[in-house]
Write a protein that binds this ligand. Structure first.
Ligand SMILES: [Zn+2]
Length: 698
């Protein structure tokens, strides 16, 4: 599942200020109140309305309020403030137009060139160009745009924007957005870039918490050969080291194919996951190949076999002493750091509000309602029965990761490899074929040429990714992997997905009406558009499209994945609410609360088909620890993907419809989806498709 393409995330973050959270501050608890501010503002109000007329009153008063909200003592005294406002208020439409146009053009240049520097600095790491030296990683880790927002407040360009363009709330964008002109939307996005001024020490604290959480997660491995069952058997092969939770989950999926030991392995991994979540896991077994562990009895002892070079630490004290709630202490540090930004975000004064109202731009209540609709769908018990009949046993909790819905392939992977290698012996061969591929997807020859000219192909060091551009003078980059023996099928499948990103990136930058509206509302949209391409990879090879049954299997898989991750998103959200409600809690209290939340959500939505209550498995996702309330995005992503897929199917030829959607720009997700499909974001498309799929699968 490539729902989130790391590269897209980076590119979007690199639109630097785009990622800034937005709000309309009303008052700021810890912001120093400037004693002269009210008097100065009243004086400016009187003077400037006298000079420019009553018609400017509303704009002027809004601008004064917005500037005052962010002005700090170091920005200047009353005289400096008054001089700044008098000089920079755009007093007529012509000046306002000029201001808007110039900011739009120059910010495109800024973002574009910053992105260009970043792309160049990462080149050695990203492309297959020989060894990476240590300093290459330093170049790659450098973000030249990191301090742009601070700089723009210091040089007062941010205040020019705040004086002349409106800050908005999500509520306002949802209610009024549909009737705004595109220029109004572009002004709103312009102002949003400067809607927060978080002090450097707060950003630093958040960055440190993120880094600590990332380290904790990255080193949380389980050495599988050292898991012992009640008979002293080792079910997993030597050297197998699995990172929690991703690799553990993927091993559960892979174990469905192991007819002999699969079930025992899956039950054992579930037990390991539960030990991690409850923190009853012996601290000594984490990331340690020198200890054997029975996760059922929880007994730990010196490893009887060796499958790594890792030396036994002299200080290693083997016992069943549990991990001391480090998981929850880490999560709590995320919370305490995030909370420091709250006073600088008055209309979204919690991380929860910032995630839903600013990053997602879908209110929390609506997200919850959508997830509830999936989780309580009458389709759930029907699909659960189908899975049970395929497995020949009742569902067990780890079957939330059931992966048996698979399209049949008429071709084996090696047959496909041969077809692809013959067609694309080199990256150049693929590049030459891009216009042809796009025509097969329904683009006119002319549009296909146009897009192809905007794509540069390069050899990826990894499996491949798409790197967009941030200004129209730049091209987008398709990084793909071609072996010496030619491209293989997996590489082709990824290249087609990434090409989907590139096509979207080209239209949504070059053909959107305002560069301030470039892009799509969020990653879920760009991924959904890329999946439209990826799902047609066989047709692009000139092979028959998957048949109705294969399509149905794919849809059922999408549904089951969405069902699983929806509960995970609800747990993540509820845990953040609990932390805000109990800011003084200890890690062990947070542990207990998380377990209760996970059990409640399980018992409500999963127990009816899994025949077991109070399971804690939903809390195992590592994103809960290192991603700051990111998990609800996955399920919304699936819903969005189903809506976009349905729309492209309805349209017949993909090309023109894809182009139309890719040009809608960065408005709210609901407005984008209304314009694209006639309906706001929601689960209906997925549920309808699932219902149809069920009728086609035996
Ligand atoms: Zn992607």
């Amino acid at each position: 599942m490539r729902l989130i393409c790391a590269w897209v995330m980076i590119t979007i973050a690199l639109a630097s200020m785009h990622a800034q959270e937005n709000s309309m501050p009303e008052s700021t608890a810890t912001r120093p109140q400037l004693s002269w501010m009210d008097a100065s503002s009243t004086k400016l109000d009187r003077e400037l309305i006298g000079k420019y007329g009553e018609a400017q009153r509303a704009r002027l008063e809004r601008g004064l309020h917005q500037v005052a909200e962010f002005w700090r003592p170091e920005d200047g005294d009353a005289a400096a403030y008054e001089e700044f406002v008098s000089a920079n208020f755009a007093s007529d439409q012509a000046t306002l137009d000029t201001t808007f146009n110039r900011f739009e053009r120059l910010l495109e240049q800024l973002g574009g060139h910053m992105h260009e520097i970043n792309r160049e600095f990462r080149q050695q790491m990203d492309l297959d160009l020989g060894p990476v030296l240590p300093f290459d990683e330093m170049f790659g880790g450098y973000d030249p745009s990191a301090h742009v927002i601070d700089d723009f407040f210091q040089n007062k360009l941010a205040f020019v924007v705040l004086l002349n363009f409106p800050l908005t709330t999500l509520d306002g964008r949802l209610k009024e957005g549909p009737i705004w002109t595109r220029r109004q939307w572009a002004e709103v996005r312009l102002a949003q870039r400067f809607s927060k001024r978080i002090p450097a020490d707060v950003n630093l604290a958040i960055g440190q918490a993120e880094a600590a959480a990332a380290r904790y997660v990255a080193e949380y491995n389980i050495w599988m050969h050292h898991l012992i069952d009640e008979n002293g058997q080792r079910l997993f092969p030597p050297k197998m080291r699995l990172l929690s939770h991703w690799n553990l989950r993927d091993e559960i999926k892979a174990d469905y194919a192991d007819k002999q030991d699969g079930l025992a392995k899956q039950r054992m991994i579930q037990q390991v996951m539960e030990r991690i979540v409850t923190q009853t896991i012996p601290a000594v077994v984490v990331n340690n190949p020198n200890v054997d562990w029975n996760p059922f009895t929880n007994e730990a002892k010196l490893a009887a076999v060796k499958d790594s070079d890792s030396p036994v630490a002299a200080s290693m004290n083997i016992s069943s002493a549990r991990e001391p709630d480090t998981r929850y202490a880490t999560l709590q540090k995320d919370f305490l750091a995030s909370k420091k930004a709250d006073p600088y975000s008055p209309t979204t004064p919690t991380l929860i509000a910032r995630r839903f109202d600013e990053d997602r731009e879908i209110p929390e209540a609506r997200v919850k309602a959508m997830l509830d609709q999936v989780l309580t769908s009458p389709l759930v018990p029907q699909i659960a029965k189908l899975i049970e009949s395929r497995l020949g046993r009742p569902l067990e909790p780890f079957d939330i990761w059931y992966n048996g819905f698979r399209p049949d392939s008429k071709y084996s992977e090696s047959e496909l490899d041969a077809i692809v290698a013959k067609k694309y012996p080199t990256a150049e061969a693929y590049q030459r074929d891009i216009p042809n591929l796009l025509v097969k997807l329904g683009f006119s020859p002319e549009r296909a040429q146009y897009v192809a000219q905007h794509i540069v192909i390069e050899p990826a060091r990894g499996s491949g990714h798409a790197m967009g551009a941030e200004m129209r003078a730049e091209k987008v980059h398709l990084r793909t992997r071609v072996e010496k023996t030619g491209m293989n099928y997996k590489g082709f499948n990824i290249a087609v997905h990434e090409m989907g990103h590139n096509v979207e990136q080209t239209f949504s930058l070059n053909d959107v009406d305002h560069t301030l509206l470039k892009g799509v509302p969020n990653t879920a949209f760009t991924e959904a558009l890329a999946f439209v391409f990826q799902g047609r990879d066989l047709q692009l090879l000139g092979l028959p499209a998957p048949d109705a049954k294969s399509e149905a299997e794919k849809t059922l898989n999408d549904f089951w994945t969405t069902y699983e991750i929806a509960g995970v998103g609800l747990v993540d959200t509820a845990v953040w609410h609990w932390m805000y409600d109990h800011p003084q809690a200890t890690p062990s209290q947070l542990n207990a609360a998380t377990l209760q939340i996970a059990k409640d959500i399980w018992s409500r939505y999963y127990a009816p088909v899994f025949h077991q209550r109070d399971v804690v498995l939903l809390a195992v996702y590592s994103h809960m620890i290192d991603s700051f309330l990111y998990l609800p995005d996955y399920s919304i992503g699936h819903l969005i993907a189903a809506q976009i897929e349905e729309q492209t199917k309805k349209a017949g030829a993909i090309g023109p419809e894809f182009e139309r959607m890719a040009k809608l720009g960065d408005v709210t997700p609901d407005l984008w989806m209304e314009n694209a499909t006639g309906k706001p974001v929601g689960p209906d498309a997925l549920l309808e498709a699932t219902k149809r799929a069920l009728s086609r699968v035996p």
